[in-house]
Design a protein around this ligand. Structure first.
Ligand SMILES: [Cu+2]
Length: 66
């Protein structure tokens, strides 16, 4: 079952960052949807993976979750 994970990623600065983060998430959950807002540096992710798993793939991609 999909759930919504909302995260603040302090070093997400441009659309390339959003792409990298989106790809990292889709690597572990192809069906995930990633909705990023650069202004507030937040992402809303609908995923079947756990919040901890999503956090670790984003961290492994080089980003900092605030
Ligand atoms: Cu960037």
């Amino acid at each position: 079952m999909a759930m919504s994970v909302k995260l603040n990623i302090s070093d997400m600065a441009c659309s390339a960052c959003v792409d990298t983060i989106t790809k990292a998430v889709k690597n572990v959950d192809f069906s995930a949807t990633v909705d990023a807002d650069l202004q507030s540096k937040t992402v809303s992710i609908d995923t079947t993976q756990s919040e901890d798993d999503i956090k670790s793939v984003i961290t492994e991609a080089g980003y900092t979750i605030a």
